[in-house]
Design a protein around this ligand. Structure first.
Ligand code: ADP
Length: 497
């Protein structure tokens, strides 16, 4: 059996290829940045051809640089920036427009209109999502409404539409397969996560012909075989998942109640809820974690908008630190923040506050407050915001939380990880492989290709690097968190109508 798996990780800022062995050890990684296109304020696009070319290039280079040939690759997995939407011509394979990226706000007015017409309960009940421009549905509608002739071509079956995974799958299979997986489908706001079908009623409301959408398949399973000419062998594609779900899988959060938190620019927190699709009342999203044959596993998802980004802000805007890693040394120069709180509500507040009128504040300042206190307060804010989301999850899922598995750039900060453990009062587990998204989809692809006998074998692939355990007395942690909640109140509803 060929001993390696190739993970294609198509992210918002880069296309990456990572080769793993069957024990989940990364062998080679190649990455290429992709161009961000901003045609108007608030609009974000990518060039689908650039996405495809860069992804193919890094795949070739990774195999070459690892000293392998395509025959050494057992299977390919695809993980991707979620929600970003592409429409292309079924005959020529040419994109009909740039990809509209998840961050793009161009469809916010239509979302407002949907909200005003009372669709929010219905959409949440069917798709698990909260009406927002973030998801694919309104992007597809925008394309059909605004690209001349596109809706007619859609009705005539001349175009295809999908998220980035579908676009790459279609290109890799030489135009033979138009499919996606359950996790990506569940981020479109068109997929009924209970019936596991594209939702006819939402399609009708948005006037989207269902025939342009991909077939929805289990995340671990056979999607198709790549064209031999691309890499030099016909490798099967046996795993596909959206990036956050792939990370949940890569962290081996296979049982209900297990949680992972990715600390990047923002934080993405997902809790496995097993066969239960829990409808949130406090702004969490219900999403499909992954699907097998005819069975899917659900997750609750919450996000923090500004996490590692507050560290970049300290560095780039405030000039308080020279590098992100310096934040740790600074935080450790003082015993506490001296009562200072920083609420980084730079773009409003997400779960559970959902306050778009909130703005950042620095409070609790006294004459003795110095830059170390402020830097420490910024790091602590990442941990407090994570607790805000996790408390909501635990409440809504009615599960107890025993520990959290973490990944992402900011988990290198040991002070932050220790403080996170202290504030939550539970253990934080940091694994050896930080590339959990790519690892997760490699594991899925391996499972889909039959390389692993079962979940237990997969679970063994997760390797702990370090556990952080609570050291702070609980009363102190609770008092600090109370202070955070008071600071949050001060930050809320700041912008005048
Ligand atoms: P993304 O995938 O969102 O770009 P990454 O996982 O690459 O994010 O992490 C980058 C983020 O982590 C940046 O916002 C950076 O400020 C933050 N970061 C990196 N190293 C540290 C550190 N040692 N301490 C705190 N934050 C850090």
């Amino acid at each position: 059996m060929a001993p390696y798996i190739l993970a294609l990780d198509q992210g918002t800022t880069s296309s990456r290829a990572i080769i793993f062995d069957l024990d989940g050890r990364p062998l080679k990684q190649v990455s290429r940045e992709i161009t961000q296109i901003y045609p108007q304020p608030g609009w974000v696009e990518h060039d689908p051809e650039e996405i495809w070319n860069s992804q193919l290039e890094v795949a070739c280079e990774a195999i070459g640089q690892a000293g392998l040939s395509a025959r050494d690759i057992l299977a390919i997995g695809i993980t991707n920036q979620r929600e970003t939407t592409v429409i292309w011509d079924r005959e020529t394979g040419k994109p009909c427009y740039n990809a509209i990226v998840w961050q793009c706000r161009r469809t916010a007015p239509y979302c407002q209109d949907l909200l005003a017409r009372g669709w929010s309960k219905e959409i949440q009940a069917r798709t698990g999502l909260i009406i927002d421009a973030y998801f694919s549905a309104t992007k597809i509608k925008w394309l059909l409404d605004n690209v001349p002739g596109l809706r007619d071509r859609a009705r005539a079956g001349k175009i295809l539409c999908g998220t980035i995974d579908s676009w790459l799958l279609w290109k890799l299979t030489g135009g033979k397969v138009h499919a996606t997986d359950y996790s990506n489908a569940s981020r479109t706001m068109l997929f009924n996560i209970h019936t596991l079908r594209w939702d006819e009623e939402i399609l009708r409301e948005m006037d989207i012909p269902g025939n342009i959408l991909p077939a929805v398949l289990p995340s671990c399973g056979h999607f198709g075989v790549i064209e031999e000419s691309l890499l030099g062998a016909s490798i099967p594609i046996t795993g596909i998942a959206g990036d956050q779900q792939a990370a949940l899988f890569g962290q081996c959060c296979f049982t209900p109640g297990m949680v992972k938190n990715t600390y990047g620019t923002g934080c993405f927190i997902l809790m496995n809820t097993g066969s239960r699709a829990i409808t949130s009342r406090q702004g969490l999203l219900t999403t499909i974690a992954w699907g097998e044959e005819d069975k899917v596993f659900y997750a609750l998802e919450g996000s923090v908008f500004i996490a590692g980004a507050v560290v970049q802000w300290l560095r780039d805007e405030m000039g308080l630190i020279a590098s992100a890693s310096e934040s740790e040394n600074y935080a450790l120069k003082v015993e506490d923040t001296n009562g200072v709180y920083l609420v980084p509500a730079f773009v409003g507040l997400g779960t559970p506050y959902w306050d778009m009128k909130a703005r950042g504040i620095l409070c609790g300042l006294t004459r003795g407050a110095n830059k170390y206190h402020v830097v420490r307060a910024a790091l602590e804010a990442i941990a407090y915001q994570t607790r805000d989301v996790l408390e909501t999850m635990v409440q809504e899922a009615d599960l107890t939380l025993e520990r959290v598995r973490v990944d992402g750039g900011a988990t290198r900060n040991n002070f932050l990880m220790q403080f996170q453990s202290d504030i939550l009062g539970i253990a934080i587990d940091r694994p050896w492989v930080n590339e959990t998204t790519a690892l997760g989809v490699a594991m899925m692809a391996g499972k889909g290709a039959g390389a692993y006998s079962g979940w237990q074998e997969l679970t063994r692939m997760w390797k702990l690097e370090k556990t952080f355990r609570p050291q702070m007395p609980r009363e102190k942690a609770e008092a600090l968190y109370k202070g955070w909640q008071r600071a949050i109140e001060r930050a809320r509803n700041w912008i005048e109508p």
